[in-house]
Design a protein around this ligand. Structure first.
Ligand code: SAH
Length: 363
């Protein structure tokens, strides 16, 4: 793990100093290190050379379709990442704060090159530092003010989180401790990195967040075609790994999330449904999330035109899975008009308007 700049300064101080700084990070009344008056003046002065946030807003877009916003944030080396804020529809009772989910990035770019995802197109640039992950939360918190609360985090933005294991772990532990987000309110989505998944089940300090695996097919040949990172034998690995995962986190809230992007005439026929049912019944406690495909404008006219499955097919799969005894949901996509939905985070600043007739997601 690369130490946060702030930790470099704090390493020679008494341990409670770090605690004071992190508490201040999440205190909306604070705007700079020099305001943390509980710290000695000399330490405050050293810290005040650092910027309060490791990310700077470049562009902020608001959706006209729903309560979603996407920000392009600039890092200290000029690189850009994207992060998304999603307002939840209902729930707000009188006097209660509005609640939001944020989608955070874990890397600049991505090395996985999944053919359906905009992030992979430009390739991998670098891992995000701990503070660059934490500060996506702090950025949105500052943006919302104290009228609203972020109580859900999905690590589903740009990058493959398990390839930035140490920094993601440290950032999430910081958020759990100081931002008061419960571990089961955090979901880490991965395309499945066996070495990191092995490490995770043994790692007592890894946050007890939920894990979701981007499966997209339970048939090797099909998965390999859309996910170049797929290793032969991955399903056998999953079957060996799942009982170890379940044993390490026996709580009912720690089912294994299975994500399944539904692509028309590609992975949505009976053969694929049967294969999914078979694999999931062997994995044990799973929750299957069916994902309507979000159009990637930069893929249009490219080497492969992908088409999402018809809504009726997605609903039929959902019913079949439920009847077979699985918990299954259909992902409702938000922010499609600002390319803020899953797979649409390209890191490009210009936002291309979505076309008419795009599917609006499931239920
Ligand atoms: N690298 C991680 C996290 C980033 S992708 C992973 O692979 O899981 C987050 C989720 O968005 C994954 O489930 C991914 O498969 C999905 N996704 C990617 N492109 C998409 C698209 N065009 N439409 C819908 N979902 C997409």
């Amino acid at each position: 793990m690369i130490r946060m700049q702030v930790d470099e300064i704090l390493k020679d101080e008494k341990s409670y100093r770090a605690d004071q700084v992190y508490k201040a990070w999440f205190d909306l009344r604070m705007n700079s290190y020099s305001e943390i008056t509980t710290l000695p003046a000399l330490l405050r002065e050293k810290l005040s050379k650092l910027s309060w946030l490791a990310v700077k807003e470049k562009v902020l877009k608001k959706s006209n379709l729903d309560n979603t916003q996407k920000a392009a944030l600039e890092l200290s080396d000029g690189k850009i990442i994207e992060t998304v804020l999603m307002g939840r529809k209902s729930l707000k009772k009188t006097g209660e704060k509005a609640r939001y989910t944020i989608c955070v990035s874990s890397q600049v770019g991505c090395a996985m090159r999944c053919v359906f995802c905009a992030t992979g197109i430009a390739g991998f640039c670098r891992n995000l530092l701990v503070q660059e992950i934490v500060d996506q939360y702090r950025y949105w918190q500052g943006h919302l003010g104290d009228e609203a609360e972020i109580d859900n985090i999905v690590v589903m933005g740009q990058g493959e989180p398990l390839l930035n294991y140490d920094n993601v772990k440290s950032a999430l532990n910081t958020l759990i401790k100081y931002a008061n987000v419960g571990p089961t309110k955090i979901t880490i989505s991965t395309c499945g990195i066996p070495a990191a998944m092995d490490r995770l089940v043994e790692d007592k300090d890894f946050p007890q967040a939920r894990l979701a695996i981007s499966l997209h097919s339970a048939i090797e040949e099909t998965r390999k075609k859309i996910m170049p990172s797929h290793q032969r034998g991955f399903f056998n690995f999953l079957l060996d790994w799942a009982p170890r995962y379940h044993k390490s986190l026996p709580s009912r809230s720690h089912f294994i999330g299975i994500e399944y992007l539904m692509l028309k005439d590609f992975n949505d026929d009976e053969k694929h449904l049967k294969a999914l049912l078979k694999l999931c019944s062997k994995i044990g406690r799973v929750r299957i999330n069916l994902i309507p495909y979000n159009i990637i404008s930069s893929l249009d006219g490219g080497r492969w035109v992908l088409v999402g499955s018809d809504k009726s097919v997605i609903e039929r799969w959902h019913d079949t899975l439920m009847k077979a005894g699985f918990v299954s949901t259909i992902r409702y996509s938000q922010g499609q008009d600002i390319e803020a939905a899953c797979g649409q985070l390209s890191g490009k600043l210009s936002v291309i308007p979505a076309k008419d007739g795009i599917q609006k997601g499931g239920r």
